[in-house]
Design a protein around this ligand. Structure first.
Ligand code: ADP
Ligand code: MG
Length: 695
């Protein structure tokens, strides 16, 4: 592996970024592109032609022979179809060509991507359109062009289109609030996202021996290793040489692609690690995170490792999440979630805080649904992951402020009876560095909110679509009210007090795992949707549909399609897991346990012949035999239940899988794991947790 001597030089060297564009485009073309970014207007074809030509020259210098429109269909991962730059030039010669039309628009044959019914087969074509706000890059000898993906009728078929729509909405409504506070300079508000990515690395040869890992990305079986993470000896511990080489390699590849990979460390669980980038605008953060996930996986292969991005690869061991750090920034670089120093800055912050609390409270179900996947169902609510109940953690200092405002109670000292928004100065609210309340799904950390529910393998687009949209909605409501106010200061104060009071139920700083919190949350009327099929039951509420259509994030048809796609994915994953479970039980687990039992029974017969005792063999054989019988019954029940899946619709099927199949699988697993614990390791057909995690 090469040694990086000049990071600034390699950083972004494979990206057609702003610096490269400035160097390679004629000034008026560059200005036209910049203007299109700043104002959100489409590019003229002539400008696109110039950019395409410059891109092609640049990309071919880097060895690219192909280009691809790179898009994010609703599978949650990326898709690409490569075309070469080749164009016949007569007399058997070819030239390398790439036009503005090819840059701006593509037509992948994309009929196999999920559309949730948005695309009937007769109009199966999908189209891609260049997103000029995200930079093109060269990877694996291709020029990658970030694009939106939509149907013949213009319906969004991807994750990027609604994200871009939501970015515009939150910008527009935030600006209205800023104007009320006298900010005339900011033109645009940019949602900023820093997604921390957790992952596991395990040896490739061991991975290959486990059908469950290969087919489902997680262990469907596995008795706990004698050691878990109780010693806390892995978190931030010294990084293994092999892993360290991997991380170095990963960083270099990411840096070349302009991904601001910043922090790397070992995580809480054995064999678990984390990469945190420096935050960027939500759109490029989302694109970058897709690249991060892809390169994490590819890079592992080179080091004879496998990178698991599943949210819960190992039972009883911390799962992998993706902490979505979110803030809103002006185009002049001011963070709107930063409390500020003057009374007016404080007041503006409190308005944004009120909007956040109101939005999360009112649309908690929608936000929850963004983390609803079959994999994440195993992660939430256990082993250091947040629970399924949405609440917001503010930390002691901010909590005291909010409480004082709500109660009108003494905060500033004996001379004042309450804190007046816009008049009093807030105390300094330190960035939260100490209290890492890991049980909180949404935490304020000084100048940003961290949404921690998302699973490691998920696209960050969905939660950011929700956060942008709910902020846009609430800020819009506030702006409507404040713009009409006769006395701004009084109206402001009243609004903040009223909204804090109305939504205080969403604030919770305690232990999210406790039974008391579940009861308390129920008393507060907060939702608790422990599994995907339950969470998705609330997705299509009138409230959500009204919100997304009002802000033109989704049409009703698009929104309904997302529902179908999310449920379909859930159903398919559970179906594959169930079939894999049956396969492993029938062809690996039962045969292994039976062979070992047979070995024991032969030993018993032989030992009895010569009058030896055989208590251990007898008891072991009996326990194995009982567990085998039970496992056999569990497996047959699972197989039978799979035959009874209702056919009506995805809702009914998802409920069936969530209630019946998941329970059947858990019962079978219990017996299988017991057998693993009882069986001679020499007989066991696949690597154990101990092999996988403590290599
Ligand atoms: P932690 O202590 O949780 O690691 P950091 O401050 O290092 O917190 O940030 C974690 C992630 O949050 C990083 O990806 C970082 O770039 C991102 N982040 C920091 N500030 C912001 C912000 N204002 N908006 C969005 N993300 C941010
Ligand atoms: Mg974090």
């Amino acid at each position: 592996m090469s040694h990086i001597t000049d990071l600034p030089a390699i950083f972004g060297s494979d990206v057609f970024n702003e610096t490269t564009m400035r160097q390679r485009l004629k000034p008026h073309i560059f200005a036209a592109w910049r203007n299109c970014i700043d104002t959100g207007t489409p590019l003229e074809l002539d400008v696109a032609n110039h950019i395409a030509e410059a891109m092609k020259v640049w990309a071919t210098e880097k060895g690219a022979t192909h280009y691809t429109h790179w898009f994010q269909p609703m599978t949650g991962i990326t898709a690409e179809k490569h075309d070469s730059f080749l164009t016949p030039a007569g007399e058997g010669r070819v030239i390398m060509e790439f036009s503005g039309k090819e840059l701006v628009r593509g037509e992948p044959d994309a009929s196999s991507f999920p559309s949730g019914g948005l695309r009937a087969t007769f109009e199966a074509r999908g189209y891609t359109a260049w997103d000029p706000t995200s930079f093109a890059f060269v990877k694996d000898d291709s020029l990658f062009i970030p694009t939106c993906f939509f149907s013949y009728t213009g319906a969004a078929l991807d994750k990027k289109t609604p994200l871009l729509r939501s970015i515009d909405e939150v910008s527009r409504e935030s600006i209205r609030i800023l104007r009320l506070f006298g900010d005339t300079a900011s033109k645009r508000i940019i949602p900023c996202v820093g997604p921390e990515q957790e992952y596991f690395l395990i040896p490739r040869d061991l991975y290959a021996q486990r059908e469950d890992l290969r087919l489902t990305g997680r262990t469907l079986f596995g008795a706990p290793a004698p050691k878990g993470q109780e010693l806390d000896d892995h978190y931030f511990g010294t990084i293994r040489t092999r892993v360290s080489a991997y991380m170095k390699d990963l960083d270099e590849q990411l840096w070349r692609l302009g991904v601001l990979s910043k922090t790397k460390h070992n995580e809480a669980a054995p064999a678990q690690h984390e990469m945190a980038p420096i935050f960027s605008d939500a759109n490029s953060a989302c694109d970058s995170n897709q690249l991060v996930m892809e390169i994490m996986k590819k890079c592992a292969a080179k080091h004879n490792l496998v990178c698991l991005l599943h949210e819960k690869p190992f039972n009883g061991i911390t799962g992998s999440g993706k902490h979505n750090n979110y803030s809103l920034s002006t185009d002049t670089g001011k963070n709107l979630f930063s409390p500020g120093k003057t009374p007016m800055q404080n007041a503006q912050f409190l308005v944004f805080l009120a909007a956040f609390l109101k939005g999360v409270d009112e649309y908690q179900d929608w936000l929850r649904s963004t983390a609803a996947t079959a994999g994440n169902d195993h992660r939430l609510g256990a082993d250091e992951a947040p629970p399924a109940i949405i609440s917001v953690f503010l930390g002691d200092d901010l909590n005291a402020v909010v409480k004082s405002i709500i109660d009108g109670s003494d905060y500033a000292g004996p001379t004042r009876s309450y804190m007046r928004v816009g008049v009093d100065v807030l105390p300094n609210i330190p960035k939260d560095t100490t209290d890492r309340n890991r049980t909180s799904p949404v935490a304020f950390t000084g100048n940003k909110f961290e949404f921690r529910m998302l699973g490691a393998s998920q696209s960050v687009a969905d939660p950011n679509i929700v956060l942008n949209t709910i902020m846009a909605e609430e800020l819009g409501q506030f702006a409507d009210e404040l713009e009409q106010a006769e006395d701004f200061d009084t109206a402001l104060h009243d609004l903040v007090v009223r909204e804090f009071r109305a939504h205080s139920r969403i604030i919770f700083d305690g232990n999210g795992y406790s039974e008391e919190w579940k009861e308390e949350a129920a008393r507060r009327g907060l939702s608790n949707h422990p599994a995907t099929h339950v969470a998705m039951d609330h997705f299509l509420s009138r409230k959500n549909i009204d919100l997304v259509t009002k802000h033109r994030i989704f049409t009703e048809a698009e929104f309904r399609a997302r529902y179908e796609i999310q449920l379909e994915a859930y159903i398919k994953i559970l179906n594959i897991e169930a079939l894999t479970s049956i396969d492993m039980i029938r062809h690996q687990i039962l045969p292994a346990a039976i062979k070992y039992t047979e070995h024991l029974t032969r030993a018993i017969v032989n030992k009895q012949k010569i009058g030896m005792t055989c208590k251990a063999e007898r008891e072991l054989a009996q326990r194995l035999s009982t567990a085998c019988d039970k496992l056999y019954d569990c497996c047959e029940l699972l197989a039978a239940d799979l035959q009874k899946v209702p056919l009506e619709d995805n809702t009914a099927r998802a409920n069936y899988y969530g209630n019946v199949i998941v329970t059947d699988m858990a019962r079978a697993r219990e017996q299988a794991d017991l057998l693993e614990a009882l069986t001679d390791k020499a007989y066991w057909p696949y690597p154990t947790y101990s092999d996988l995690l403590f290599y």
